[in-house]
Design a protein around this ligand. Structure first.
Ligand code: HEC
Length: 263
């Protein structure tokens, strides 16, 4: 009995600590069906272009993607004229001119994606103190370990956050002013207002723009952005495995032949 007590106390303490942590943290977002998951997964071209549209019309109002240039959009099937038209809708600071002044001009294919805020401080000031993170590699940054390689982890999490807003926090949850309740964001109180809803964008290819569809497409685009060469990597990997298997067969045959008489 005397030995049992400290053990029980320890277990009780551990349970309490575990409980407190579980409240702080959020559940894992449910796994989605991604075309790019798995060893031979590929990006769905339609989804990539729709996803760019969602980023461009919605997310880019708050989130930069500093690793991307407009010309990179060739990688998701836009042609030169389309890319020039997309870039031309943006205003880019250039200069200095002959008078030494900076000036604004229309964007070009060679420009980097235009960021919504001049710096992190301005971004935070406009968003209740929390700067919207750059989305260039967010899918990888939020993946857990190697899960990302199979298309799980990061993509599921970002999809979960976009779909995980709740109008009313659960009873007893103290939601600070200016925050929104989100099922999958750590701590549940996020500074991002729900960015997507049914019909937030109009897809040109006739796909119905439901909230889950918009979220699915933008996550596909963000996954491509985080690793544009994913398809090449997987194809090379498959070739290497096939080569190694064939080589194993050849070497095994050679070994049998060489050792045939030595027994
Ligand atoms: C009105 C501004 C605004 C818009 C529009 C917006 N976001 Fe955010 N987003 C934020 C802010 C602010 C944060 C930081 C939240 C925090 O740290 O509490 C954030 C955070 C995030 C995060 C990171 C969550 C994490 O784990 O840190 C992701 C992912 C994200 N946004 C994706 C998107 C996507 C995708 C879109 C477009 C569909 C989008 N956001 C549109 C303001 C915005």
């Amino acid at each position: 009995m005397r030995r049992l007590f400290p053990a029980a106390l320890g277990a009780a303490l551990l349970l309490c600590a575990g409980g407190a942590w579980a409240q702080e943290d959020a559940p894992d977002a449910p796994h989605q069906d991604w075309s790019f998951a798995g060893v031979l997964g590929t990006f769905d071209p339609g989804s990539l272009q729709r996803g760019f549209q969602v980023y461009n019309e919605v997310c880019s109002n708050c989130h930069s993607m500093n690793q991307l240039h407009y010309r990179d959009l060739a990688g998701i099937g836009f042609d030169t004229a389309e890319i020039a038209a997309i870039a031309a809708q943006k205003q880019v600071q250039d200069g200095p001119n002959d008078q030494g002044q900076m000036f604004m001009r229309a964007g070009k294919s060679s420009d980097g994606f235009v960021a919504p805020f001049a710096n992190a401080q301005a971004a935070a000031a406009a968003n209740g103190g929390a700067a919207p993170p750059d989305l260039s590699v967010i899918v990888k940054a939020r993946g857990k370990g190697l899960e990302y390689l199979w298309g799980m982890g990061g993509p599921d999490y970002v999809y979960g956050v976009l779909n995980g807003f709740q109008d009313k926090p659960p009873a007893g949850f103290n939601l600070p002013q200016g925050k929104y309740y989100n099922e999958y964001f750590s701590g549940h109180a996020i500074s991002m207002p729900p960015p997507l809803a049914d019909g937030t964008v109009q897809f040109q290819d006739g796909t119905k723009s439901t909230l889950p569809q918009e979220a699915h497409d933008v996550v596909t685009f963000l996954t491509w952005a985080a690793e544009p060469k994913m398809e090449d990597r997987k194809r090379t990997g498959a070739k290497v495995i096939i080569f190694l298997l064939a080589m194993t067969g050849v070497l095994y045959g050679a070994k049998r032949k060489v050792w045939k008489d030595v027994h």
